[in-house]
Ligand binder design. Structure first.
Ligand code: TSJ
Length: 650
């Protein structure tokens, strides 16, 4: 027997934590607010892994008054024994070793979740200090890490202050981690309770039985999430403001040794599809192979059932997948190993085996459900909904052909209202969609006509949430937008022919303006979603005030900034309040709102698709009180508005 020799595969190159500080973007994307929250999610992911695999049931997230955050679970506690080769405690290994990709503890868990998989060490590296407490086998252990600069100006990141030590006895088990994001890396930003609560709630929906507590020690705010119904509760939450076609969501769960699958769905009287998919607790906003599998299984199971039960006559054609998806709200939640994410934002599942798995198991479970006589009346409701959708599909097809026929006389007329840009390079061009004809005229005068096009909207475009696609397409304002953008819509959409890479909505800073803006966003969200997910949609911010006197002009974009501007002006200033875009002349509009060098735009993103879905439903749905409350809460596009401050771009 030959002596064991080392091969190159045995050599592990461990990059130091200092590398993380040199290139934080490589590990956490940005050093803005999002990146800082990333530090927290890394830690939460680790606690989630423990709980998902059956150890413990509660995670507590606390935002402390000193700006640090604490995450605690009641699992087994990170191993405290010595790592055989690294000669450090397990805790120290987790905290000081970069795990490019795979986690050191991967083999301990059936599925390891996590948004990013870069590991807790990245959080440590980018924190001023970190404290880890482990409760295990009757003892309480503690270790502290810190990052500092030495006398020579060299940075040392995530250095243990001392080895792990036992500091007492306890009856608890679990892990508690507290860290303070380093101001030198992130500037003076703080954790956002709403952002954290939104994700915590999502995790609680996706992991039936999980309890998550979040506390804000700064203002005493506290939330608790716990859903025994898991994704069925998620579906109910998503359709809260809609009219359901039957009472209880359909739910099934199936697993084998490599996969775990959960599906919950219901139908409402709406005309659109709302699907949300997750892989290892990560939202797959761009879809992927698992969604493809789910869709094929739905189409096949429901068509077979419709035929076998005479809902489809012999001479009638099969229903299409899109027919069965009209009005559906569905959550697909899978767990698997070796996930491959693809797409623009790395939120599209690429694994081919996920399609086969989801398709086979969904088919099996759906057929089982359909064949249960207790479900016959629900099944009939679903089939009838799909048949209704098929009927208008034909009509919609005709309307669609009309809008796609670019040279038809009708479309020629529509485009006449558009003042197009002279450059043919879409990447450099912008389209301003402007509320009102008169403001539209001013914008046309003020623009840089090489790159900026203007489309004035006469009235309010119709509400995309409440209409079927054929009605949406019959609307003149909507057709103007579609033909100007040149991509087509829905499943036929082709972003590569996009005529204007920035689509900028310019509306007045009042309730009407907010309404038009939300109607347009709803339309894009429903029918041209890639436009939003690829970051092409923006909201322009016109100023609210002009403070002026001799030799002094300052435009002010929010009430918060007004007192300072007045102070800078000194005595005898004049204050003008702009009620609408129409009150500025072309030059002023250019200077304040359109000049790429000076303006502020808000980039519209779908940070959390479920939330965006709720938002759109609330904006545009039937519940008028909810809509008013929502507009009052959020539709204030104040520059200081917390919600928007991360999306400012020029
Ligand atoms: F890593 C970390 F610091 F980010 C972190 C890890 C943070 C928090 C809040 C919790 C955790 C964590 C890790 N909770 N539970 C665990 N469990 C383990 O690491 C563990 C425990 C026992 C065994 C075992 O085989 O006995 C294995 C593992 C991986």
């Amino acid at each position: 027997m030959a002596e064991k020799t080392y091969e190159s595969k045995d050599i592990v190159v461990l990059e130091g934590l200092d590398a993380v500080r040199l290139r934080p973007g490589m590990y956490i994307g940005t050093t803005g607010s999002k990146g800082m929250h990333h530090l927290l999610w890394e830690i939460v992911d680790n606690a989630m892994d423990e709980i998902s695999n059956g150890y413990g049931d509660t995670i507590t997230i606390t935002l402390n008054t000193d700006g640090s955050a604490t995450v605690e679970d009641n699992g087994r506690g990170i191993p405290v024994d010595m790592h055989p080769t690294l000669k450090k405690s397990g805790v120290e290994v987790v905290y000081t070793t970069l795990h490019a990709g795979g986690k050191f503890n991967n083999s301990n868990y059936k599925f390891s979740g996590g948004l990013h998989g870069v590991g807790a060490s990245v959080t440590n590296a980018l924190s001023k200090w970190c404290k880890v407490v482990v409760y295990k086998a009757g003892k309480e252990y503690e270790i502290n890490f810190h990052s500092f600069m030495d006398e020579d100006g060299k940075m040392h990141s995530g250095i243990p202050v001392a080895p792990l030590k036992c500091i007492g006895s306890t009856t608890k088990t679990g892990t508690r981690v507290t860290f303070l994001p380093d101001e030198d890396m992130f500037g003076n930003i703080s954790f956002n309770f709403e952002t954290i609560a939104r994700r915590a709630k999502e995790l609680a929906f996706l992991n039936k039985g999980l309890k998550i507590v979040i506390k804000n020690e700064i203002d005493g705010q506290e939330e608790f999430y716990h859903y025994e119904g898991g994704i069925s509760d998620f579906v109910n939450y998503l359709v809260e403001e809609k009219t359901k076609l039957f009472a209880k969501p359909v739910y099934f769960h199936a697993e084998d040794k490599n996969f775990d699958l959960e599906v919950a769905f219901t139908y409402t009287d709406s005309y659109t599809e709302n699907s949300f998919s997750f892989v290892n607790n990560i939202p797959t906003v761009e879809g992927g192979t698992h969604e493809t599998g789910l869709r094929s299984a739905f189409t096949k199971a429901l068509n077979d059932y419709a035929r076998a039960n005479n809902f489809l006559k012999e001479k009638e054609a099969n229903l299409l997948g899109e027919d069965f998806r009209e009005g559906i709200t569905v959550v697909l939640n899978i767990k698997m190993n070796n996930v491959q994410f693809e797409g623009q934002t790395k939120t599209k599942l690429g694994n081919p085996e996920a399609k086969t798995f989801v398709e086979n198991l969904t088919l099996q479970e759906l057929v089982k459900w359909l064949n249960d006589k207790n479900n016959a009346s629900t099944a009939e409701i679903i089939i009838n909904k799909a048949k209704g959708a098929a009927k208008v599909r034909e009509a919609a097809k005709k309307a669609k052909e009309l809008t796609r026929a670019k040279n038809s006389a009708e479309n020629f007329n529509l485009v006449g209202k558009l003042a197009s840009a002279s450059s043919r390079n879409g990447a450099l061009c912008e389209l301003f969609i402007v509320e009102g004809n008169s403001a539209g005229g001013t914008v046309k005068q003020g623009r840089d006509r090489r790159y900026q096009a203007v489309l004035p909207l006469r009235g309010k475009p119709l509400n995309a949430e409440k209409k079927r696609i054929d009605q949406v397409l019959a609307n003149e304002e909507i057709r103007m937008i579609i033909s100007a953008l040149n991509t087509g819509i829905g499943e036929d959409m082709d972003l590569s022919s996009l005529r204007y890479h920035k689509v900028i909505i310019l509306s007045d800073a009042d309730q009407d303006g907010a309404h038009i803006r939300s109607i347009l966003l709803t339309f894009f969200y429903r029918y041209m979603r890639p436009l939003i997910t690829d970051g092409h949609v923006f909201i322009g911010l016109p100023p609210l005030y002009k403070v002026a006197k001799k030799d002094f002009v300052e435009y002010v974009y929010s009430d918060v900034e007004l007192p300072d501007a007045i102070a800078r002006a000194g005595k005898n200033y004049t204050l003008q309040r702009y009620k609408g875009l129409g009150e500025m002349n072309a030059e002023q509009l250019w200077e304040t709102t359109m000049d790429p060098e000076k303006r502020t735009l808000i980039q519209v993103s779908i940070d959390d698709a479920a939330d965006a879905e709720k938002m759109v439903t609330t904006w545009m749905g039937d519940d008028i009180d909810a809509r008013k409350a929502y507009i009052n809460l959020h539709a204030n596009f104040d520059k200081e508005d917390d919600f928007y401050k991360n999306y400012k771009v020029r």
